[in-house]
Design a protein around this ligand. Sequence first.
Ligand SMILES: *[C@@H]1O[C@H](CO)[C@@H](O)[C@H](O)[C@H]1NC(C)=O
Ligand SMILES: *[C@@H]1O[C@H](CO)[C@@H](O)[C@H](O)[C@H]1NC(C)=O
Ligand SMILES: *[C@@H]1O[C@H](CO)[C@@H](O)[C@H](O)[C@H]1NC(C)=O
Ligand SMILES: *[C@@H]1O[C@H](CO)[C@@H](O)[C@H](O)[C@H]1NC(C)=O
Ligand SMILES: *[C@@H]1O[C@H](CO)[C@@H](O)[C@H](O)[C@H]1NC(C)=O
Ligand SMILES: *[C@@H]1O[C@H](CO)[C@@H](O)[C@H](O)[C@H]1NC(C)=O
Ligand SMILES: *[C@@H]1O[C@H](CO)[C@@H](O)[C@H](O)[C@H]1NC(C)=O
Ligand SMILES: *[C@@H]1O[C@H](CO)[C@@H](O)[C@H](O)[C@H]1NC(C)=O
Ligand SMILES: *[C@@H]1O[C@H](CO)[C@@H](O)[C@H](O)[C@H]1NC(C)=O
Ligand SMILES: *[C@@H]1O[C@H](CO)[C@@H](O)[C@H](O)[C@H]1NC(C)=O
Ligand SMILES: *[C@@H]1O[C@H](CO)[C@@H](O)[C@H](O)[C@H]1NC(C)=O
Ligand SMILES: *[C@@H]1O[C@H](CO)[C@@H](O)[C@H](O)[C@H]1NC(C)=O
Ligand SMILES: [Ca+2]
Length: 575
Amino acid sequence: MQSTTSFFALLAAATAVQAVTLDDICTEAYAQAALPASGFYPGIAIDSSSVTTAITTNSTLTSEWFPTATLDYCNMTFAYSHNGIANDVVHVSYLVPAPANFQNRYLSTGGGGLAINSGSTYSPSGLIVGAVSGITDGGFGSFDTQWDAAFLLANDTINWQATYMFGYQAHHELATLGAQFTKNLFNVSTTEKLYSYYQGCSEGGREGWSQVQRFSDQFDGAVIGAPAIRYGQQQVNHLTSNVVEQTVGYYPPTCELDAIMNLTIAACDALDGQTDGVIARSDLCKLNFLPNSTVGTSYSCDATAALVMGGITITAATPAQNGTITAQGAEVATTILNGLHDSEGRLVYLSYQPGASFADAATTYDATTDTWGLSISSLGGEWVARYLELQDASTLSSITNYTYDTLKDLMIQGQNRYYDSLQTTYPDLTNLQASGAKVVHLHGEQDNSIPTGSSVHYYESVRSIMYGNMTYNASTAAMDDFYRLFLVPGAAHCGANDIQPNGVWPQTTLQTVIDWVEGAVAPDTLNTTGTIDSICRWPLRPLWAGNGTSLSCVYDQASIDTWMYDFDAYNTPLY
Ligand SMILES: *[C@@H]1O[C@H](CO)[C@@H](O)[C@H](O)[C@H]1NC(C)=O
Ligand SMILES: *[C@@H]1O[C@H](CO)[C@@H](O)[C@H](O)[C@H]1NC(C)=O
Ligand SMILES: *[C@@H]1O[C@H](CO)[C@@H](O)[C@H](O)[C@H]1NC(C)=O
Ligand SMILES: *[C@@H]1O[C@H](CO)[C@@H](O)[C@H](O)[C@H]1NC(C)=O
Ligand SMILES: *[C@@H]1O[C@H](CO)[C@@H](O)[C@H](O)[C@H]1NC(C)=O
Ligand SMILES: *[C@@H]1O[C@H](CO)[C@@H](O)[C@H](O)[C@H]1NC(C)=O
Ligand SMILES: *[C@@H]1O[C@H](CO)[C@@H](O)[C@H](O)[C@H]1NC(C)=O
Ligand SMILES: *[C@@H]1O[C@H](CO)[C@@H](O)[C@H](O)[C@H]1NC(C)=O
Ligand SMILES: *[C@@H]1O[C@H](CO)[C@@H](O)[C@H](O)[C@H]1NC(C)=O
Ligand SMILES: *[C@@H]1O[C@H](CO)[C@@H](O)[C@H](O)[C@H]1NC(C)=O
Ligand SMILES: *[C@@H]1O[C@H](CO)[C@@H](O)[C@H](O)[C@H]1NC(C)=O
Ligand SMILES: *[C@@H]1O[C@H](CO)[C@@H](O)[C@H](O)[C@H]1NC(C)=O
Ligand SMILES: [Ca+2]
């Protein structure tokens, strides 16, 4: 809440001297005059007649991603096209703060899942720090149209323009145009610095890395959460739990997997030094807990109704359940947590940390036979059907002949087909480091959609590529200069975890990056509003002393080692 206070102080101070109001600039004529000049971005033609402006006053904005604030803004949109492409229209929206609140900043925000923007989920976070805040539609049709709607020109024919736009090009254009538009809107002189930032999580995190890996001068700072990088592996990996169930020959009732998760939390909670319902040390859980210790424990769950949204069943109804945890159920859990191995026992990919929910492993109840069966992960199923098999289908009809080796082959196929558009694991950030830009990368330690270890593995890839000639401690110190990774205790995918309610999610991370870039305050921890007020930066790990009275960040080699992966199923490095 610190930043809200200073924001109002600044507002009061600035209104006294600023004559130009938001009403003055929130007009089509003013926005048109501020459009980047023709030729500013070679190959792009902005349609000045497309400009729209809409003012919103006294809007209270709330999110897990920024502190609550009430403010005014102008939503300016325009469209552009790429020279030489027929019927090409890309829409961008820039939320513009009142002139009195503008602090010489621009922010791009990203999407999630197959969406290239998150609507209003992150975009207002720029307004709160006095930035113009941009989103793009990628050219897929409208701000609400996702990439999958544009991906196929016909069955078997990829829309590569849409794919490269999704991969990285649309964000490069959004940020390049956005920074110039911002300068023009606010008369920022050529000698004045405009700071440019990025914030996004999940697919939005991948979009963030897609920019800083390629365009080292584009952003001064970036907040990158739980990025969907290593895309070829990541998307297929959603099917790993299903193939484990099929291979073990057992489809656990949903209640059984929930019971294993609950017992994991109960067993591992205290390993971090505080019994608070939060696994802050999933690495100690890995070292000390085995799912088969839960075999024989009884469980029960109430019946649940189906969750239906817009006529589509999101989760099916489940009956009242009771039973005892089976050896097969524990085997499914253990095999999932061990990560995907090929038929020769070599590691293909990694899994979620123990304590995370088994979302990918969800099964379906058949009331007519009173049995539980396969439910193909929708993200994994769509990836294979649409992006690998190139069929206009939102999932696979069957995976009955899939083996662990099939998944490996599909991962390699996706990795290679989309290596330069989606894979997003280029590990040499030398140019970024030299540019002075700063990256705060964060990931929920109990993420159930993108494995937490995926972020650690990328950090370690960058570290070993850039500083492999140094000792481990010297190399992490060198990384600290420009790239810091924080694992958020108990947190789920891009947010707090309702199963571990005492866990946290940091709300002021964009301000943290700004303080690092503009104030040279390098973050040792991320602030939170919850009871855990300190989030340790990798490779340090949290440990409570005095039963929850004091949290320290410790160096623990055995724990660090559990986060190191040798993907020996491949003949080339998997960064
Ligand atoms: C803003 O909204 C609050 C309540 O939501 C109201 O009390 C206040 O008068 C409003 N201010 C303006 C300028 O409209
Ligand atoms: C800005 O305008 C676009 C286009 O109308 C709309 O999709 C978007 O939701 C608006 N953003 C906000 C925060 O109102
Ligand atoms: C920018 O400069 C123009 C021309 O002097 C002026 O009309 C406009 O109000 C200025 N905008 C701001 C935000 O100060
Ligand atoms: C798991 O724990 C939650 C509370 O944290 C509870 O609501 C749920 O019923 C439990 N599920 C099982 C299967 O024990
Ligand atoms: C549990 O699994 C471990 C590791 O696979 C094994 O060593 C142990 O014997 C198993 N215990 C039981 C009770 O099955
Ligand atoms: C468990 O479920 C069965 C039906 O599946 C039911 O007959 C039994 O009463 C339930 N037991 C408990 C303790 O809920
Ligand atoms: C494209 O593929 C889908 C899925 O296989 C199929 O349902 C559809 O009929 C195909 N469309 C055409 C035009 O062949
Ligand atoms: C699975 O079976 C289908 C239908 O027979 C076939 O088209 C497909 O190639 C098979 N896939 C694998 C991985 O064996
Ligand atoms: C390691 O390599 C980097 C980059 O080439 C260089 O700056 C640094 O001095 C080297 N450090 C050691 C200990 O050799
Ligand atoms: C690395 O640094 C940690 C403290 O951050 C220290 O405990 C550890 O002993 C150091 N390791 C080596 C090999 O110096
Ligand atoms: C984090 O908390 C510290 C101590 O309260 C404060 O000085 C700092 O400004 C906060 N940083 C952010 C980004 O909120
Ligand atoms: C920690 O505090 C809780 C709550 O007061 C208590 O139940 C527990 O026994 C304490 N544990 C230790 C190790 O002191
Ligand atoms: Ca705990």
